[in-house]
Design a protein around this ligand. Structure first.
Ligand code: ACO
Length: 329
C-alpha cells in the first residue's frame, strides 16, 4: 500500500446544546466577560448534559463524518478516539463508540491520550496503520467532556474549556478526491508534566479524599502560554521545511483553539495575516482533542476550506505534546 494515497474522505462534529456564556461564568467565579474575552478570545462554550457522555458526542460526530464520506460503519476497520475524558478508565471509549456505531468486530478500536494534541496523534497513527496495508478505512475522533474535570471554583481554568466532538474518515483516495494527507509530525516533551495536569484519579492518587490531589485540571497558565507559542511555532516550521513548502502557500491554518493571543503569535511568526487562520474558539473555548476536528468540519462546511487548498493543522497540549499535519484538500 506504500503507493496508495490516503485522504480525509469526510468530517463531522457535534456540540452539546447547552451554551454557557462568560456572563454566566461571572456568576460562579470572580471573573468578567471583558477579562475572559480580552485574555483568550472566548465568548461562550458548550456544556454536555449530565447523561451525555464523551462516547455519545463521539458517536454523533462520527455518524456525521461517515455520512459525509459516503462510507458505511461496516467498511470501518480502525477506530481511534483521542480523549482525556474517557467515559470510563476501562474499557476504551473507542470500544463503546464501536458498539454505538455498529462497527464490525474485525475493527481495531482504541483510545489515544495526548491531551489537546490527541487528534493529530490519532491522525498520524491511523495514517501509518493504513499505510501498512493492514487497514483500509479509519475513523479518527476527538471527543471531550471537559466540564467533568474542571474545578468550577477555580477561575484560572474553568473559564477556558468546553465540551464537543469532531471526527474524520480516513481512507484510500479515489481519483480526484480531496483531503490528501501530505505529512504529519509529532513531538513530546515529558520534562514539564506538572505545568498542565489532572493530579488525582490515576494510579498515583486513586482515591479522592482529604489531602489527596483533586481530579481537576490544574495549569500554570503563564508558563503553558510560553510553551504553547514555542511548540506550535516549531511544529509549524518543521513540517513546512520538511515538505519544502513556504508558509505563504498555506491557505488555511487550523490551529488548536486554546487562546486567540497564542494564535496571533503563531500568525506573526509565520508572517501570515490572522485571517488565514480558522478560529471558532469564541463559541466553544478549548475543547482539547475535539478542537481541531471540530474546526476542520466547520471550515469545510462553511466553505472556508476549498478543494485544492492547503491546510496546516497544528496543536499543543499536556504532556507536553505537540504536533502538526499538512492536508491538501
Ligand atoms: N478572571 C479574572 N481574573 C483572572 C482570571 C479570570 N478568569 N484568571 C486569572 N485572573 C487573574 C490572575 O489571578 C492574575 O491576577 P494578579 O495579577 O492579581 O495575580 C491576573 O488575572 C493575570 O493572570 P495571568 O495568569 O498572568 O493571566 P494571563 O494573561 O497569563 O492569562 C491565561 C491567563 C488565559 C490562562 C493564559 O495564561 C493562557 O491562555 N495560557 C495558556 C493556557 C492554555 O492554552 N492551556 C491549554 C491547555 S491544553 C490541554 O492540553 C488541556
Amino acid at each position: 500500500m506504500a503507493d496508495t494515497t490516503f485522504a480525509l474522505l469526510g468530517s463531522g462534529s457535534y456540540a452539546p446544546e447547552r451554551v454557557m456564556t462568560n456572563n454566566e461564568l461571572a456568576k460562579l467565579v470572580d471573573t468578567s466577560d471583558e477579562w475572559i474575552f480580552t485574555r483568550t478570545g472566548i465568548k461562550e462554550r458548550r456544556i454536555a448534559a449530565e447523561s451525555e457522555n464523551t462516547s455519545d458526542m463521539a458517536t454523533a460526530a462520527a455518524k456525521s463524518a461517515l455520512e459525509d464520506a459516503g462510507i458505511t460503519a461496516e467498511q470501518i476497520d480502525l477506530c481511534i478516539v483521542a480523549t482525556l475524558t474517557p467515559d470510563l478508565p476501562m474499557p476504551s471509549t473507542a470500544c463503546i463508540v464501536q458498539a454505538k456505531l455498529g462497527l464490525p468486530n474485525h475493527a481495531a478500536c482504541f483510545d489515544v491520550h495526548a491531551a489537546c494534541s490527541g487528534f493529530i496523534y490519532g491522525l498520524d497513527t491511523a495514517w501509518a496503520m493504513l499505510q501498512s496495508g493492514r487497514y483500509r478505512n479509519a475513523l479518527v475522533i476527538g471527543a471531550e467532556k471537559l466540564s467533568t474535570v474542571l474545578d468550577w471554583t477555580d477561575r484560572t481554568t474553568c473559564v477556558l474549556f468546553g465540551d464537543a466532538a469532531g471526527a474524520v474518515v480516513l481512507g484510500p483516495a479515489p481519483a480526484g478526491s480531496t483531503g490528501e494527507i501530505v505529512g504529519t509530525k509529532l513531538y513530546s516533551e515529558g520534562g514539564n508534566t506538572e505545568l498542565l495536569q489532572i493530579p488525582g484519579g490515576g494510579s498515583a492518587h486513586p482515591t479522592p479524599g482529604p489531602g489527596t490531589p483533586a481530579r481537576f485540571i490544574e495549569m500554570k497558565g503563564r508558563e503553558v502560554f510560553k510553551f504553547a507559542v514555542r511548540e506550535m511555532e516549531d511544529a509549524a516550521r518543521d513540517i513546512l521545511e520538511q515538505h519544502g513548502i513556504h508558509a505563504d502557500e498555506v491557505d488555511c491554518v487550523v490551529p488548536h483553539q486554546a487562546n486567540l493571543r497564542i494564535i496571533d503569535s503563531i500568525a506573526k511568526f509565520l508572517e501570515l495575516p490572522v485571517e488565514r487562520f480558522f478560529v471558532n474558539l469564541e463559541r466553544y473555548g478549548n475543547t482539547s482533542a475535539a478542537s481541531i476536528p471540530l474546526a476542520i468540519d466547520e471550515a469545510r462546511r462553511s466553505g472556508r476550506i476549498k478543494p485544492g487548498s492547503l491546510s496546516l493543522l497544528v496543536a499543543f497540549g499536556a504532556g507536553l505534546t505537540y504536533g502538526s499535519a499538512l492536508v491538501r484538500w
